[in-house]
Design a protein around this ligand. Structure first.
Ligand SMILES: *Cc1c(COP(=O)(O)O)cnc(C)c1O
Ligand SMILES: [Zn+2]
Length: 418
């Protein structure tokens, strides 16, 4: 066991249970199973209690014992503790009693949930002595790595599919990161990055640093529990790309329950995808525990992973928690974006539209009973995916700067609505 490993004990293979030292590595040498961080929960129990948590700054680091850094975090200590909004108007439109929106559209600094995983991965990368960081990204991860690396003085290479939304490309370039556009889809970007990571001594946040990186997602679940007054919601709807966030939301609920921070209860974790890239939801609906890779074709580019690394485990979590999955068309994604904006004043990116759209389907079909409590994980900001909704959210009426023209317009409107 590493000395001064904080509250971490080791990396452990999810398949065979073999343990590995806490280095920059992510697969088991024996069965290629993914490695996961294991913690010393007995020690954590002694310091991580409600009053202590509540006395700490309102960031994701108030749960630092359950996040995989050995010392104090050095990157992204402002990240997290985003608002949990009681969404009564959207609840009425969706036909459910109690609805909350976990609003990571305003996460700091790069406006998506990815700041959670990146602050952990970069803090750990620094502890391990890296000076260059990198990632394979569908967009938001690139933005977050670029922003957080800039603030930390780290060199960053971000690899993205070349056809990404303008907003996401500009949001990486502006921080001075090296942005490499790959002529291919995410799965090809990822395969290339696995090769590069093996050859160069860089910390790829979602390749060789993945065990640490993925743990950052738990903070979203910790915050949901604390912000609900220390309870686990009956239903949580989570968008799925690789499926990692969904598995870590369950892990966060399990850890808080185990540590006595939330009462034992039954809960369901549901997964949301876009129909144009729905390998996990297709498998779940067919009752399979494995998925078939697909070629993505959807406006929800942040979720467009055709070979999801954690798809198998995401299916397992839904099965274990009695959760369901579903997927929505591009038009339903846009409707979801509009409903969230019109009802709650929150402008989410396409992944948010996916989550709202799937929640609607789950409620209509009774898989989420109308009388239950639901949290929607809304993970990215709409200003980054304007391309997806331009021309589809109403239109501007143009007039000359004259009161007469304005009143003519109003009168016309009255006639139309009458
Ligand atoms: C990355 C991402 C997700 C989920 O990613 P996982 O790979 O499933 O953890 C969800 N929403 C947005 C906006 C993202 O960028
Ligand atoms: Zn193994």
């Amino acid at each position: 066991m590493e000395k001064n490993a904080g509250f971490m004990k080791a990396l452990k293979c999810r398949e065979c249970g073999r343990e590995y030292p806490l280095t920059a590595t992510h697969v088991c040498e024996f069965d290629f199973g993914p490695l996961e961080v294991v913690y010393d929960y007995n020690r954590i129990k002694q310091s991580l209690i409600r009053p202590v948590i509540q006395s700490r700054p309102q960031t994701m680091w108030r749960y630092r014992e359950l996040l995989p850094v050995a010392g104090e975090p050095t990157v992204g200590f402002q990240v997290g503790f985003t608002p949990l909004i009681k969404a009564d108007r959207l609840a009425r439109r969706l036909g459910v009693r109690e609805l909350w929106v976990k609003n990571d559209t305003v996460n700091y600094p790069s406006l998506s949930f990815k700041d959670r995983v990146v602050s952990v991965a970069l803090s750990r990368a620094r502890e391990l002595g890296f000076t260059t960081v990198a990632c394979a990204s569908t967009g938001n991860l690139a933005n977050s790595v670029a922003a957080n690396a800039a603030a930390a003085g780290l060199k960053a290479y971000v690899f993205i599919p070349a056809d990404l939304e303008q907003g996401k490309v500009v949001n990486s370039l502006v921080y001075g990161a090296e942005v490499i556009g790959i002529k291919g889809h995410y799965d090809e970007v990822n395969r290339l990055c696995a090769e590069i990571a093996g050859k160069y001594g860089w910390a790829f946040v979602n390749v060789n640093m993945r065990p640490y990186y993925a743990e950052g997602s738990k903070s979203m679940g910790f915050e949901i529990i604390e912000q609900l007054g220390w309870r686990v919601p009956q239903h949580t709807v989570v968008p799925m790309a690789s499926g990692s966030l969904l598995t870590k939301v369950q892990k966060s609920y399990q850890e808080f329950t185990k540590l006595g921070l939330a009462p034992e209860t039954t809960y369901h974790v549901h997964g949301a995808q876009a129909t144009g890239c729905a390998p996990i939801s297709t498998a779940q609906k067919a009752g399979l525990d494995f998925f078939k890779p697909v070629k993505p074709n959807t406006i929800a580019k942040s979720l467009a992973i055709g070979t999801p690394a954690d798809g198998f485990y995401a299916l397992k979590v839904m099965k274990e928690t009695g959760g369901a999955a579903d997927d929505v068309t591009d038009d339903e994604v846009r409707e979801g974006i509009r409903w969230l904006a019109e009802c709650e004043g929150i402008f989410a990116e396409t992944a948010g539209g996916v989550t709202v759209g799937v929640a609607k389907k789950l409620i209509v079909s009774g898989r989420i009973p109308a009388n239950d409590s639901v949290v929607l994980c809304v993970t990215g900001n709409g200003l980054k995916t304007l391309d997806a909704v331009v021309g589809q959210v109403g239109r501007t009426r143009e007039i000359k700067p004259s009161l007469r023209e304005f009143e003519a317009l109003l009168a016309h409107e009255d006639r139309v609505t009458a």
